[in-house]
Design a protein around this ligand. Structure first.
Ligand code: PMV
Length: 323
């Protein structure tokens, strides 16, 4: 039996604009994880089980859009394997789906790691390889992913990311003061593919307006990196508020997200914004230790389904792999 996990993620700055080449900052949420378990099977074929989703299919009978089947086939191609043994692959996840926390990328990365380890492909597996394969799967689901989700989930460390051809700019950065972030869920699901597609249509209809908004997001992400590296948390918070306003201008916020952002800001959060594709899913609020409990309660009063704390620090489990 081989088991592997991968974390959820939040986008601190620059979602959507990152698809259009502007920099963005994202971080793993290590306490929310997707897990894949691969076992040898006595029955023929590869069985894919997701108990949370009541899913149980054989690979060769899976519908063409089955996300896990695509991962297995992609890995088989990438590893040049002509034959796969009889297996059972079981997937569970603590990451809410369609909520801006990167659940799809985490499930994909966990399956890749567990399957590759079970098949003894240790020479092939690096964080970069897992990230690249996960990106191929993200393309199937999202159309035009920037690459930030697969990067954060595979490397499991905070990154400053810029989508550049042919090689993305992926940089670790210093975190001078830990960032204490509350992650609050609206409980409303939202399709990244739909929201990203909608932003694209608006950009095509009003290119000058949207280019200016994306530029604004890019400036904010650059300034935010400097503020994080300098330990200027008040500035990081202000930049989060600015970024949320630009996301509102892109029409990717929602009454529920705006309500949570306003509640956090009114209760003394240093800053707050939606995180991920928007129109539902999660928002994040930067808090001091002194205000954490009060802001958490304000978020719950403002109808947050769940609120978790994640602390962004300079250290990360995968440092030795470098980027
Ligand atoms: O909704 P999520 O967690 O998949 O975040 C998507 C982030 C976007 O910038 C909106 C899209 C992308 O591919 O970067």
């Amino acid at each position: 039996m081989t088991r592997a996990t991968a974390p959820g993620k939040i986008i601190l700055f620059g979602e959507h604009a990152v698809v259009y080449g502007r920099p963005a900052i994202a971080a793993p949420v290590s306490q929310l994880r997707a897990t894949a378990v691969v076992e040898d099977s006595l029955t023929p074929g590869i069985r894919l089980i997701a108990p949370d989703l009541n899913a149980d299919v054989l690979l060769h009978e899976a519908p063409p859009d089955d996300p896990v089947a695509a991962v297995v086939l992609q890995l088989q191609t990438a590893a040049h394997l002509t034959h796969l043994p009889d297996l059972t692959i079981t997937i569970t996840s603590q990451i809410p789906v369609a909520s801006g926390l990167g659940s799809g990328a985490a499930i994909t990365a966990a399956v890749i790691r567990a399957l590759a380890a079970h098949l003894g492909l240790t020479d092939l597996v690096s964080d970069e390889w897992v990230s690249n394969l996960t990106f191929e799967i993200e393309k199937i689901h999202h159309g035009t992913p920037s690459g930030i989700d697969n990067t954060v989930v595979a490397y499991e460390r905070p990154v400053y990311f810029e989508r550049i051809q042919p090689h993305n700019r992926i940089e670790p950065f210093a975190v001078a003061q830990p960032l204490r972030l509350l992650v609050a869920d609206t409980g409303q699901s939202s399709s990244t593919k739909v929201v990203v597609g909608d932003v694209r249509r608006q950009w095509q209809a009003e290119p000058a307006t949207f280019e200016a908004i994306f530029d604004g997001c890019g400036h904010i992400a650059r300034a935010a990196r400097q503020a994080i590296e300098a330990g200027d948390l008040a500035e990081v918070g202000r930049l989060m508020n600015d970024n949320h306003r630009l996301l509102q201008a892109m029409t990717v916020s929602s009454p529920a997200l705006d309500g949570l952002v306003a509640a956090a800001q009114a209760c003394g959060a240093l800053g707050a914004k939606l995180s991920g594709a928007g129109r539902g899913g999660n928002m994040i609020a930067l808090v001091t230790p002194e205000r954490e409990t009060a802001v958490r309660q304000a978020l719950l009063r403002a109808s947050a389904r769940t609120v978790i704390t994640t602390i962004l620090t300079a250290t990360s489990p995968n440092l030795e792999n470098g980027i």
